[in-house]
Design a protein. Structure first.
Lengths: 258, 417
């Protein structure tokens, strides 16, 4: 009996992993695994890297990609203080209104504002990018299988196309993109930006930093979730042990009779 | 007035007028339960507790959710980002759906293995299948609410199934949608139904419990309780055992919620719904995959729909398909074998449902679908004619003289030699 129980548990678990495998089996491309600071059970975000990543986003990605779910105030989680947040927000022009005269107007951003969008609307974004919509990056790491490794690979995947491949105008070859033809030109170049903290801005460093930043944006609750999780699991393990021995004690007279 | 039953005079006063304490004492405290239940009997109470967890988290989530195609996705993200511990509520609810199905599927296979559906528990079983159906409807509509890509396309695929009905199919689909595509009216009615159906489930669960308490639990040996010596009061013996089971379950559940909250979800559902862009593979949630495989295995649309619903319908008539009077497969060597074949078949169907419908997967899906129905419609009715069951023990208290334990003693002796 014991054995068949084990078999049942095993089969149920196995079904899970198989179906998960199956879901990701559609894509045959393997991405290098980058051991992210946030991927382990005790993982946290590397704040310095995430701050640099925000700089990469601001100076490179934000030209085309919005992050409509994130407010400037949220950046406090990356270690910025209130004055810094106000300074960051005020760099951006926010359209507000209508005012008492019924007019829309622009004003410097405040920490409570959502990130300024690079385009007034989705149609404008599509029109400005040759028919391809640059996706919003607020959830991008959660919205792609193996998101962090995928994004890092994609940003590092711009290589020379194979000789026999014709890359159409307005498209770019990327070895990690599904179908290999992507509408986004290579965004990261050696020393493309100058990091405020003096870190050398190699393309790989920038890809790692911006991925860390976007992983935080996708799951801002991650650190709180994992910390609470450890407490809850430890409590439940102790509780399970206590209830097991209570059960043994309560059942002892019944078991002894048999 | 008869002698007061309870020490507390207030309780006595109320109980004399409204015998709710007598009822609770009878059904939850002294309720006689077979003393040989194994851990598989934990899953009924686990399912009930999961239902309560789903309802409580669901009500709180609904206070922060907006059922409108322009706001639904963002309102869920607001729950994840700005509502205090909103991420916890939502991840519990989201993973809770998966765990509810895990628990209920184990509960169902336990019923199959130990013949819990046989007389006099047929209605108990039928009510259980009804709960499964209601759960599936509720889970499907709940998955639509975040209005991500899989929400939208899943809703489109599943509601379109009804168009397979001859003549009136198209009209039914328009009626279900409240328009000519999956749109705001669809989302609104799905939210409404997703809110109300769990309470219907609670109602059927109560009937399920009433039917259960009529004859009490089945047990691993599958023979009727012969007298007091075979039973123990539910409290404290099964309350503590259920508590232990619950704490182990909660540990696994918490591990998923806190460390792998999106493991059982699909990344595409974090992309807002877009009617103009179809995902590469539209896959339902894992708990629907076996049924999805059956749906796709049949080359005809109407046929696929009928077989998919048939896969559940066959469970309703199971008590009359299995003609053997012996309940537990411990005493049915052949049935036990076929039970495990069925388990493997269902897992295979789940795997095939996740695979693209092409090449070898189609052939395998058809074989697995055929075997599923073959098990219920052919094997079960015929099995009693060829199967020689092992002798049943006299009672639960005296199972020592069973053939199976004889066999195991013989085995043990052989091993010693």
């Amino acid at each position: 009996m014991r054995f068949s129980k084990l078999v049942l548990y095993f089969l149920i678990l196995f079904n899970f992993f198989l179906s998960k495998l199956a879901l990701s089996a559609g894509k045959a491309i393997e991405y290098p695994d980058k051991n992210w600071s946030f991927s382990s059970i005790f993982g946290t975000f590397d704040k310095a890297s995430a701050q640099r990543g925000f700089q990469v986003y601001k100076e490179v990605c934000a030209g085309c990609h919005g992050m409509r779910l994130i407010s400037y105030r949220n950046l406090a989680a990356l270690g910025y203080n209130q004055d810094e947040l106000k300074a960051i927000a005020s760099q951006f022009e926010i359209t507000d209104g209508p005012n008492d005269d019924g007019e829309f107007f622009t004003r410097p951003g405040r920490p409570s504002d959502k990130f300024a969008s690079p385009y007034p609307n989705k149609k404008a974004a599509i029109a400005a990018n040759g028919g391809a919509y640059p996706p919003d990056l607020s959830l991008i790491i959660k919205a792609r299988p193996n998101g962090a490794n995928y994004l890092h690979a994609l940003l590092s995947g711009y290589v020379e196309p194979p000789k026999n491949m014709i890359v159409p105008e307005g498209m770019y070859y990327n070895k990690f993109y599904s179908g290999n033809l992507i509408a986004m030109p290579q965004p990261l170049y050696e020393d493309g930006i100058e990091y405020l903290d003096g870190t050398k801005a190699s393309p790989d460093q920038m890809a790692i930093d911006v991925t860390t930043f976007l992983a935080w944006a996708s799951e801002p609750e991650l650190e709180e979730r994992k910390q609470l999780g450890i407490t809850v699991i430890l409590f439940l393990i102790v509780f399970s042990i206590l209830s097991y021995f209570s059960m043994r004690q309560i059942w002892a007279p019944i078991k002894n009779k048999n | 007035m008869s002698k007061p039953k309870f020490k507390n005079p207030v309780v006595n006063w109320i109980d004399y007028r409204l015998p709710i304490f007598t009822f609770m004492n009878h059904e939850l405290n002294e309720y006689p339960t077979p003393k040989n239940l194994n851990y598989f009997w934990n899953f009924g109470s686990l399912a009930g507790i999961t239902l309560v967890i789903m309802i409580v988290t669901g009500i709180v989530l609904s206070m922060n959710y907006t059922a409108h195609i322009d706001y639904a996705f963002d309102s869920v993200e607001r729950i994840m980002r700005d509502v205090n511990h909103g991420w916890l509520l939502r991840y519990i609810h989201m993973n809770g759906a998966s765990f509810f199905f895990i628990v209920v599927y184990i509960h169902i296979f336990r019923g199959l293995y130990y013949g819990s559906y046989k007389a006099p528990r047929e209605i108990l079983w039928i009510l259980g299948v009804l709960i499964l159906l209601l759960m599936m409807a509720t889970a499907f509509m709940g998955y639509v609410l975040p209005w991500g890509q899989m929400s939208f396309w899943g809703a489109t695929v599943i509601t379109n199934l009804f168009s397979a009905i001859p003549l009136i199919g198209e009209s039914i689909v328009t009626w279900l949608w409240g328009g000519f595509s999956v749109d705001n009216p669809t989302l609104n009615r799905f939210f409404s139904l997703h809110f109300v159906l769990p309470f219907v489930i609670v109602g059927v669960v109560i009937l399920h419990l009433v039917a259960l308490h009529r004859f009490g639990s089945n047990n691993p040996i599958g023979i009727d309780v012969k007298g007091k010596q075979d039973t123990i009061p539910f409290h404290p013996y099964y309350t503590i055992k259920d508590l232990f089971g619950l704490s182990v379950f909660a540990t696994i559940f918490a591990a998923a919620v806190f460390f792998f909250p999106n493991f059982m979800g699909h990344p595409d559902n974090y992309i807002p719904a877009n009617p103009m862009v179809t995902p590469a593979h539209i896959v339902p949630e894992w708990y629907f995959l076996p049924f999805y495989a059956i749906l796709r295995a049949i080359p005809d649309k109407l046929g696929g729909v009928l077989f998919m619903f048939g896969a559940i319908m066959v469970l309703f008539v199971l008590p009359w398909l299995d003609k053997s009077s012996v309940r537990s497969s411990q005493f049915r060597p052949l049935y036990k074998l076929f039970f495990w074949f069925l388990v493997i078949d269902c897992i295979a169907l789940g795997y095939l449902g996740a695979m693209p419908a092409e090449g070898i997967y189609v052939v395998l899906s058809r074989l697995a679908t055929a075997y599923y129905f073959f098990h219920f419609l052919i094997i079960l009715p015929l099995l009693p004619k060829i199967e020689s069951t092992r002798p049943l023990p006299v009672s639960i208290s005296t199972p020592i003289i069973t053939a199976s334990s004889n066999a195991s003693t013989v085995m043990a002796m052989r091993e010693k030699k």
